[in-house]
Unconditional design. Structure first.
Length: 212
């Protein structure tokens, strides 16, 4: 059954919302910015709209899962809605990169890979959203800070207020940012191992069922 908002399927509804935010940012909020930073800032704004929201919805879904989840657990309605929310964002941001930064191959490949995982989980397999939402939460939990820092860096040379966002950089000791990077890398590695373990468990159960 397809999800909907006021009778409109959620995927086109979410895409329309992100598109409106992008256009509002491009033609209103950042209209006086230079031709290079204007589209980048607009992309940051839709990322700000997506990242924290997706992280909050993901952790809510994870904590309120009714049954003990496995990789083979069927997607529920909320999980499908979160997937559609993220699909809409990544598709629009992919169009943004194809239009303004077609040479940024790494980001384009990242978005294509993400869209492949999300769309197949949502529309083809209909299972496995729980594991994907765990990774989505880990990926998006800090996106708000990153996007604010990026926007501030674009305006640092022009705006004293924006420059203040970079004032703390020399005050952060090396041991702090190194330890932060280590913790982040460990978290990402553990999440990948966790998903891999779910794959192995799913494959083992499938083999056992065939043997019966």
């Amino acid at each position: 059954m397809e999800n909907s908002i006021l009778g409109i399927p959620t995927l086109p509804a979410f895409f329309s919302i992100f598109l409106l935010i992008y256009l509002f940012a491009y033609f209103v909020v950042f209209r006086n910015w230079g031709p290079k930073h204007r589209p980048e800032a607009s992309s940051c704004l839709i990322s700000l709209a997506h990242g924290p929201t997706a992280a909050i919805m993901s952790i809510y879904s994870i904590l309120h899962s009714r049954k003990a989840p496995t990789f083979a657990s069927p997607n529920d309605t909320l999980q499908n809605t979160i997937l559609e929310f993220s699909i809409a964002y990544f598709f629009l941001d992919l169009l943004h990169y194809l239009l303004f930064f077609p040479s940024d191959v790494l980001f384009i490949l990242h978005h294509l890979a993400t869209l492949y995982v999300f769309t197949t989980c949502r529309y083809v397999v209909h299972h496995g959203a729980y594991a994907i939402l765990v990774l989505l939460f880990l990926a998006e939990i800090t996106s708000g800070c990153q996007n604010v820092w990026t926007l501030a860096s674009y305006r640092r040379a022009d705006s004293p207020a924006a420059a203040k966002f970079g004032a703390a950089e020399p005050k952060i000791p090396r041991w702090a940012w190194v330890s932060w990077m280590v913790v982040i890398l460990i978290a990402i590695g553990l999440s990948i191992l966790w998903v891999l373990n779910l794959w192995i468990d799913w494959h083992r159960n499938k083999v056992q069922k065939k043997e019966r």
